[in-house]
Design a protein around this ligand. Structure first.
Ligand SMILES: [Zn+2]
Ligand SMILES: [Zn+2]
Length: 328
């Protein structure tokens, strides 16, 4: 087990002003494996009662619409390309230029599409698709309370389940400026689900982006203490914390604060863009970081955002209030 050194506790004894900012977190440390329904897992089977409907995503999905370019149109586009290249060759000091007629040809063939695939000769546009019966979500995380006792658990719950719709959405309710998977969270008591009542074969999504389908992993949870990013501290305190870390052979950021990786609780890895903390849309309470989902080529092998991090923020007052999603 590797614990970040020096420990947050040592820093807090040196700078007691930080004591009130320490948050409990659990580094989940997923490794590929064969988790069972009773296990904590990323991308593993869930302890889900067969009598309870499996979550379906009925939100609009961002889809790519491809249309074959006709042979005549392809020939017209190739004529334009040739003419543009020849003019440029004749006058290398000038930029690539298109005449008004050529631009009109391109506009007509593209017909509003965002790009042209010159290998398949298809125009490509993105659209929002609301058709279809709803997409079955896939398990992202199952976590037993025994492995994360310090987290905020609603009364009576000892199992956290997070599912997501493995597709892009750009218009989800309660989210702003978010483009990524839709997320569902359940807390339950494991003892409520009798072994003979567990849903054996959950429905699989009929559409999914591979980057959102996790490789099943078992977890080796490690409880840690986490501190806020230095940008979230008063300047003088941040400077002292940074210097203390340096003197002890560590970086304040990522060694002592906003610890990286799959993480329950703790602090977000960087101050949110614009520095604005998120408030609950239902009760205006300041939201807290529930879960960080990083991109990686190993372990769960996921990619979120531009190979960044997805953060789930939940309401500490009432877990049923909408979760906010941010990508970094
Ligand atoms: Zn969806
Ligand atoms: Zn709330």
């Amino acid at each position: 087990m590797s614990v970040p050194h020096p420990a947050v506790e040592d820093l807090v004894s040196a700078l007691p002003e930080l004591a009130g900012l320490v948050r409990a977190a659990v580094l989940l440390r997923p490794e590929p494996g064969a988790p069972g329904v009773l296990d904590s897992s990323v991308g593993g089977p869930l302890l889900w009662p067969a009598a309870e409907p499996w979550p379906l995503c009925r939100e609009a999905h961002v889809v790519e619409v491809r249309e074959k370019v006709s042979d005549e149109d392809r020939a017209a586009l190739e004529r334009v390309d040739r003419a543009v290249r020849e003019r440029r060759r004749a006058r290398p000091e000038r930029a690539y230029e298109t005449t008004a007629e050529e631009a009109a040809v391109v506009r007509r063939v593209m017909n509003g599409a965002g790009s042209l695939d010159r290998i398949s000769w298809e125009t490509v546009r993105t659209a929002l698709d609301t058709s279809g019966p709803g997409v079955p979500m896939v398990p992202l995380l199952q976590l037993r309370r025994a492995q994360a006792p310090a987290a905020d658990w609603p009364d009576g719950a000892d199992l956290l389940q997070v599912l997501w719709c493995p597709n892009d959405h750009s218009d989800l309710p309660h989210q702003s400026a978010y483009h990524g998977p839709a997320v569902e969270i359940r807390h339950r008591a494991a003892s409520d689900v009798r072994p003979e009542d567990v849903l054996a074969a959950p429905p699989r999504p009929h559409r999914a982006d591979d980057v959102y389908l996790p490789t099943p992993c078992v977890l080796a949870p490690l409880p840690v203490a986490d501190l806020p990013d230095q940008d979230g501290l008063p300047a003088k305190l941040a400077e002292r914390a940074r210097r203390w870390a340096e003197e002890h052979g560590a970086a304040y950021r990522r060694d002592l604060s906003c610890l990286p990786g799959w993480k329950l609780g703790g602090w977000p890895s960087r101050h949110l863009a614009g520095g604005e903390p998120l408030d609950c849309g239902s009760c205006a309470t300041r939201l807290r970081l529930l879960l960080t989902v990083p991109s990686s080529n190993d372990g769960p092998d996921l990619s979120v955002g531009r190979f960044g991090e997805l953060r789930l923020f939940s309401c500490p007052e009432d877990g049923r209030h909408p979760v906010r999603l941010t990508l970094q």
